[in-house]
Ligand binder design. Structure first.
Ligand SMILES: O=C(O)c1cc(=O)[nH]c(=O)n1[C@@H]1O[C@H](COP(=O)(O)O)[C@@H](O)[C@H]1O
Length: 224
């Protein structure tokens, strides 16, 4: 069975990204490349990482007016990422146009409330209520707009999955029991996120900063 574990490769260095991915390639289901990697290495870098044969999750969290996001996604089409992110807060028209611009083999998923935010952080940006309320609201919008799924924390995935059984749910901010949360505020264990309905789990530092990344990936996999 394919592993639900996607490794977040958060580095601007192509050689470091390749070395890390080579180490864990047999114990992860896919590679997530983010802004840091893409800004430094662009399309060439994505092509190089795709040579490892794992699905590529291109996490660019696009958020702009509908026309700009649609044109950006058209420009990404040759890369054929398995998963691509946009921000749900971009609104209905942006989400609809994002999905329409993507290739048929790309799942477009909407980031709801970043896992680094809690209730006071939402208040700071003018959003009342809890992250849970906001995730449920934005998940309904993403579903309505025809997206494939959402990104949310493990604390909300059960409710989001119940409201959208066929959705694709990406859960980052997962930590093994006793793992360091770092800048993540809404954290659950990988096993909890999976049993609550995550489709895939995104894990970065617990693997990439480990002395032995392959062992760290295997240890997480063993808990699932
Ligand atoms: O879209 C994401 O992947 C994402 C959304 C979110 O709400 N929180 C979040 O942490 N992420 C990403 O997931 C990864 C988490 O990394 P670690 O905290 O190191 O495991 C990073 O690459 C983040 O960019």
């Amino acid at each position: 069975m394919t592993s639900p574990l996607y490794l977040a490769i958060d580095t601007p260095h192509l050689d470091a990204a390749q070395t890390l991915a080579q180490k864990v390639r047999h114990h992860v289901g896919g590679l997530k490349l983010g802004l840091e990697f893409f800004c430094a290495n662009g399309h060439h870098g994505v092509h190089e990482m795709a040579k490892l044969g794992l699905p590529i999750f291109l996490d660019l969290k696009l958020h702009d007016i509908p026309n700009t996001v649609a044109k950006a996604i058209q420009a990404l089409r040759p890369l054929e990422p398995a998963v691509l992110t946009v921000h749900a807060a971009g609104g209905r028209a942006m989400l609809e146009q994002a999905k329409a611009a993507a290739g048929l083999n790309t799942k477009v998923v909407a980031v709801t409330v970043l896992t680094s935010l809690d209730t006071p952080d939402l208040l700071d940006i003018g959003v009342g209520g809890t992250p849970h309320d906001q995730v449920v609201r934005l998940a309904a919008l993403a579903n309505d707009a025809g997206l494939d799924g959402i990104v949310c924390s493990g604390q909300e995935v059960k409710a989001a999955r119940a409201a959208w059984p066929g959705g694709f749910f990406v859960v980052p901010g997962v930590r093994p029991a006793n793992g360091k949360a770092g800048d993540q505020k809404r954290v659950v264990t990988p096993a909890q996120a999976l049993s609550d309905g995550a489709s895939i789990l995104v894990v970065g530092r617990p693997i990439s900063q480990s002395q032995d990344p392959d062992l760290a990936a295997r240890e997480i996999e063993a808990t699932l």
